[in-house]
Write a protein that binds this ligand. Structure first.
Ligand SMILES: Cc1cc2nc3c(=O)[nH]c(=O)nc-3n(C[C@H](O)[C@H](O)[C@H](O)COP(=O)(O)OP(=O)(O)OC[C@H]3O[C@@H](n4cnc5c(N)ncnc54)[C@H](O)[C@@H]3O)c2cc1C
Length: 388
């Protein structure tokens, strides 16, 4: 039987995240304006939460008292509008570090495990179709090194991390078809050049840069035992989380909209039937209903991940469904709320316009909405490569 009740520890973790979000909210506007210009403003821990325990570190320690580590984690992400990251990178595991943890040997973990590693996949001509990647790695038997050349763009937090886990084609011997290899790149290696930070529409706390590899020599031991499929499979875990983060901003915007309506004398009546409610209340209720539906897909995906693991086929498709629906609904909810609120919602006096900007990314990164729908259709209808 599916049990929707939270354990005491689930609730405690959710409350901690909410409290932290409330503490950060007064700084959200200022940081949204400045953080991409002065990233140093977000280094370390914001004074407003000094001395507070990191809820995600607490989760690691107490996860046995929760409904399940991945379930509690999703609940936590959905509890905070993430208005501002008060901790440097939020204390969550970096994506490249997760690949290292999952596929690195014990020697590799020993060597690189202490580093924060970004994930470097996207290239100027390879985004939704990572198989189009052009970065190359060539093995040099004389030095037992790989020599990497290529460019990666839109790499989350590369500017502040210690390096990246990156994918490149490995030149085959005697003209053999190149296969993909996954490598650990550490900053400071000659030939590895960071590109400037990118300024963007939303999620400004989410710093973005890239790197160029020009004859970067790394030891052969920096190659992980992870091919293309294994490395990309790590997105399975994150996809519902992307939806969860967007839904959290939507929840804040829905609550804000409800308060504004109430101040204007419009009560949201959850009991009145269709004939008994105004168009604006009906619109609001429909937005809330789609939020609930998307929440359900995130929780179902995480429940499956908890039961079957993140590499199971059943979970993988549900993860795509949660991301596709959550990101789509987030765009509709934020658009709908702004329409209900009217022109004032665009004012910087409120965070409404920021939430609207922040959720847009959910339908782009970690597999755009169109790509998720292709993955879902392939799985449900049994299409294979025909649908691309
Ligand atoms: C804030 C942010 C953080 C990111 N972090 C990282 C990171 O850490 N590491 C990393 O490697 N990358 C990262 N990315 C890159 C991101 O994953 C890519 O932007 C994404 O994969 C889309 O690729 P693209 O930009 O090349 O767009 P394209 O692939 O060119 O897509 C453009 C549009 O075409 C659509 N489209 C593409 N192919 C199809 C198709 N077959 N059928 C129908 N529609 C299609 C897409 O859905 C999209 O709407 C990040 C991007 C952003 C904005």
């Amino acid at each position: 039987m599916v049990d929707f009740s939270l354990t005491e520890t689930d609730q405690k973790l959710v409350d901690l995240v909410r409290e932290e979000n409330d503490l950060g909210r007064p700084y959200a506007r200022e940081l949204d304006r400045t953080v991409e210009i002065e990233p140093s403003r977000l280094r370390g821990i914001h004074p407003s939460i000094a001395g507070r325990e990191n809820p995600y570190e607490l989760l690691e320690r107490v996860h046995e008292e929760t409904s399940g580590l991945v379930i509690a984690e999703a609940l936590m992400f959905m509890a905070s509008a993430n208005d501002v990251e008060l901790r440097d990178v939020g204390g969550h595991e970096a994506f490249g570090s997760m690949v290292l943890r999952n596929f690195g040997s014990s020697a590799q973990k020993q060597e690189y495990g202490h580093l924060n590693l970004a994930i470097g996949i996207t290239e100027p001509d390879a985004g939704s179709d990572p198989a189009a990647m052009r970065s190359m790695a060539k093995y040099d038997p004389e030095t037992d090194e790989y020599v990497l050349n290529g460019e990666k763009i839109f790499i989350s937090f590369f500017n502040k991390f210690d390096g990246a886990v990156t994918l490149a084609r490995v030149a085959g011997e005697d003209g053999a078809r190149p296969e993909f290899g996954t490598f650990v790149l550490v900053k400071g290696t000659p030939g590895l050049m960071e590109s400037p930070q990118m300024r963007k529409l939303g999620v400004r706390k989410h710093e973005l840069s890239g790197f160029v590899m020009q004859d970067v020599r790394i030891p052969a031991s920096a190659r992980l035992d992870a091919d293309f499929g294994k490395t990309l499979s790590n997105f399975n875990h994150n996809r519902p989380i992307v939806a969860a983060v967007a839904l959290a901003s939507c929840r804040s915007l829905l609550d804000f909209t409800r308060t504004q309506l109430e101040e204007a004398g419009i009560e949201i009546d959850y009991v009145a039937n269709l004939a008994g409610r105004s168009a604006i209340v009906d619109r609001f209720l429909r937005l809330e209903a789609s939020w609930e539906a998307a929440w359900g897909t995130v929780m179902r995906a995480k429940w499956l991940e908890h039961k079957q693991g993140m590499y199971s086929n059943g979970y993988r498709t549900e993860a795509s469904i949660a991301k596709a629906l959550g990101a789509k609904v987030a765009r509709e909810i934020t658009q709908g709320c702004l329409e209900i609120l009217g022109p004032e919602s665009l004012s910087e006096a409120y965070l409404a316009e920021k939430w609207f900007r922040d959720v847009r990314i959910a339908d782009i990164y970690e597999g755009a909405g169109e790509i998720q729908r292709i993955l879902i259709a392939r799985e449900i209808f049994g299409f294979k490569r025909e649908l691309s």
